[in-house]
Write a protein that binds this ligand. Structure first.
Ligand code: T3D
Length: 261
């Protein structure tokens, strides 16, 4: 049996995935990519899962591409093919998961590891964690969605500063900059992320996922097209059980029970 490079645990409706190559700061190998994608697909296919949390084992979250993996790094290797085969499917999978995804960044998140975290819906980081756009230091551009995500999250000036200089950005500064949602004390990280995921799981997750989609798709649209997209999504959601349940619960002054996914 192959080594578990991604640990999976179930906490009620929340699936906790832990990247598990701590000796190499959970950097990505082809094998870890395969296990991570499979774990995400399993969570997506399991109707009992209503939120996913992703964290890292040991002192790092993820140091991006494993620069020692001969199968995937530079020289004779077609780096574009590596991106097509592994990073593009990963970013698209996270961004299209049918439930909300929380990144619990426990330590350094560098290169594609940083942008993988930023692909998640809400990013919570330990105060000692940091984010590094390490690509410029090895002659690459930000990948795993970084070129799209960074300017949208923090604006072009800061995106270029982060991407060109590749400096270490501490978690508190990442919050202040609008790059991530929250920084918490190190000891509270996993509990905070799980609590957040449980809150999300109790909400109408189908609407949360449609909200992600609306924000992503509206970004390059003009105002009129964004209004049209909102109407399309509201039309779909307006026929769903969760909308009826939310309104019924409001009228009855009781807590709603959302079940759509
Ligand atoms: O095919 C392709 O290449 C395309 C894909 C590109 C996507 C990318 O992600 S490109 C960016 C790749 N990542 C990096 O450039 C980051 C490299 N790592 C670092 O700069 C530093 O390790 C960190 C700033 C992240 C952390 O520094 P520090 O001082 O806290 O830890 P360390 O001592 O450097 O690392 C600890 C161990 O992890 C060490 O192993 P050792 O010496 O104890 O046996 C180190 O070699 C290993 N490690 C860290 N990052 C990587 C890694 N091993 C393989 N690949 C890594 N990316």
């Amino acid at each position: 049996m192959s080594e578990a490079l991604v640990l999976q645990a179930t906490h009620g409706p929340v699936r906790l995935l832990t990247l598990n190559r701590p000796a190499a700061l959970n950097s990505f190998t082809a094998e870890m990519h395969g296990q991570l994608l499979a774990a995400l697909n399993t969570a997506a296919d399991d109707s009992a899962v209503r939120a996913v949390v992703i964290t890292g084992a040991g002192r790092g979250f993820c140091a991006g591409q494993d620069l020692n993996d001969p199968a995937m790094v530079g020289g004779e290797v077609d780096v574009g093919a590596v991106i097509e085969r592994h990073y593009r499917p990963l970013a698209r999978r996270v961004r299209s998961l049918p439930v909300p995804v929380v990144a619990a960044v426990n330590g350094v998140a560098a290169g594609a590891g940083a942008n993988f975290a930023l692909c998640c819906d809400l990013v919570v980081a330990a105060r000692s964690a940091s984010f590094i756009q390490a690509f410029s230091k090895i002659g690459l551009v930000p990948d795993c969605g970084g070129t799209w995500l960074l300017p949208r999250l923090v604006g072009r000036a800061r995106a270029l500063g982060l991407a060109m200089l590749g400096d270490k950005l501490p978690a508190d500064e990442a919050v202040a900059m609008g790059l991530i949602w929250q920084a918490v004390d190190d000891a509270a990280l996993v509990d905070s992320a799980l609590a957040l995921a449980h809150r999300l799981a109790a909400l109408p997750v189908q609407a949360l996922v449609a909200t992600r989609r609306a924000l992503d798709e509206a970004a390059p649209m003009d105002f009129g097209d964004a209004l049209a997209l909102e109407a399309t999504l509201q039309r779909e959601l307006g026929h769903a059980h969760d909308f009826a349940e939310g309104v019924a619960a409001f009228k009855a002054k009781r807590a709603p029970t959302f079940t759509d996914r």
